[in-house]
Design a protein around this ligand. Structure first.
Ligand SMILES: *Cc1c(COP(=O)(O)O)cnc(C)c1O
Ligand SMILES: [Zn+2]
Length: 434
């Protein structure tokens, strides 16, 4: 399916496959549009497509037939993360078939490696030499690492109050790390202004030179701003992988964290593309979105019955989801309603419990975003939203070592002298206490 254009999601105006993200007619967001393949009712064609996927590399690039770029040469390969059957967690929650998609098992330990892989590949095709982003943390990690792997300069902009683990795990790659005194929405606004000004300068230089020497582009590729249509495509690979790992079958329900809503909506796009290609049969799964109470503009709009989001000022331990003005909010609301799902939020103490519940029943240690997902999964189960026969997939998007602080105080340590007596005394004391 070759990509043909960028198309406005609101008015369908088409644009070339350039570094742009907003419609000049209606200010709607742009998305990559592909040439429609004749609907594959033809079994041989579908079998051949499935064989080609299965013979592909053990990374997200096995799905390159459904991506807008050719597989790039880079040592950092994202994707092909485990889908684990979580029977012990399922039993605790009273769910029959539960799977955890552990997308912490990526090069920089979050699903952001997928979106960066696609956007960076397109940026290089378009001749950009400086890569940038506005990040809530994980995107910064991924951009710094993937640009280091291919030897490009990068600038990552983060809120200055980010977890220390995420700052250290970004700076180590040798990026220009810009910590902005403000929240993510302030960071994003600054980067959007920067990007627009660079674009104006580049346009002015080009019209002045009238086809002057082709050189390196001076403007930057902001992977989640002017490259956003390509960035968003990377998330589809998570849907493809889930379906392939289930034996080319659809789940009935997916539970997914929401920051801007891009991952949430693109997962659905991924399932839909494979249904259309004849690789999957059935309908779009039920979509449940997960947010923190301290930043729940989409969940609030869902429960108020509105189809737009009221921006909020985030205040939650789930910093990777702390976007107060989510770009894909209206599309996320539509998706949840259209599939019979919902968007729910949970308080910080339930997020900590969610991290703990996942760790103690599956051995997976997730960051706060994963705690949000598991806490919402529990809420759905307790509310009776999940039918007994359903196959449920919960998407765990990031690694616990990046938000270590949240584990502090949730367990006891026996500190003892190195002797048998000390050990026995501690055990007696702690067994009595318990
Ligand atoms: C970025 C991120 C998300 C979701 O981001 P969207 O903007 O909604 O696509 C979810 N989990 C983690 C850990 C993230 O870093
Ligand atoms: Zn438009």
């Amino acid at each position: 399916m070759p990509p043909v254009s960028l198309r406005c999601r609101e008015c369908s105006t088409e644009y070339p496959l350039e570094a742009r993200y907003v419609c000049e007619q209606c200010f709607g967001p742009l998305a990559v549009a592909y040439a429609r393949q004749a609907q594959s009712s033809d079994r041989a064609g579908v079998d051949e497509l499935r064989r080609r996927i299965q013979a592909g590399p053990y990374s997200m690039w096995r799905y390159c037939d459904f991506l807008p770029v050719a597989p790039p040469a880079s040592a950092l390969q994202a994707g092909f993360t485990p889908l684990l059957r979580a029977d012990r967690l399922a039993e605790q929650l009273g769910i029959r078939e539960l799977w955890i998609k552990n997308d912490a098992a990526n090069p920089t330990h979050s699903f952001k490696d997928r979106v960066v892989s696609v956007a960076l590949a397109r940026a290089r095709e378009l001749g950009f030499t400086t890569i940038a982003c506005a990040s809530t943390g994980n995107l910064a990690n991924a951009v710094a690492a993937h640009t280091a792997a291919v030897g490009l300069e990068s600038y990552v902009f983060i809120p200055s109050d980010l977890e220390e683990q995420k700052i250290l795990a970004t700076g180590v790659y040798g990026t220009h790390l810009v910590a902005v005194r403000g929240n993510y929405d302030d960071v994003n606004r600054l980067c959007t202004e920067l990007s627009a000004e660079q674009q104006d300068d580049a346009d002015a230089a080009q019209s002045g030179e009238a086809g002057g020497p082709a050189g390196d582009r001076s403007e930057w590729a902001f992977l989640n701003i002017n490259m956003r249509p390509y960035y968003a495509e990377g998330s589809k690979t998570l849907a493809f992988e889930i379906a392939e790992q289930l034996g080319f079958q659809l789940p009935d329900r997916v539970v997914v964290p929401i920051a801007s809503g891009s991952l949430f909506t693109k997962l659905a796009a991924g399932f839909d593309e494979w249904i259309e290609a004849g690789l999957l049969s059935g309908e779009t799964p039920t979509f449940n979105g997960a947010q923190a109470d301290g930043c729940s503009p989409v969940a609030t709009a869902f429960h108020d019955g509105r189809d737009f989001c009221q921006p909020v000022k985030p205040d939650t331990i789930a910093k990777s989801l702390a976007i107060g003005n989510p770009a894909d909010g209206p599309y996320a609301l539509d998706l949840a309603r259209r599939t019979g799902g919902s968007i729910d939020s949970v308080p910080d103490d339930e997020i900590r419990d969610g991290i703990r519940l996942l760790a103690t029943t599956t051995g997976i240690f997730t960051e706060t975003a994963g705690g949000v997902t598991i806490a919402v999964l529990r809420k759905l189960a307790e509310r009776g939203d999940i039918d007994p026969g359903e196959r449920v997939v919960a998407v765990v998007t990031g690694e616990g070592l990046k938000t270590l602080e949240c584990a502090r105080g949730t367990f006891d340590t026996w500190e003892i002298e190195p002797s048998m007596d000390a050990f026995e005394a501690a055990r007696a004391r702690l067994t009595v206490a318990a």
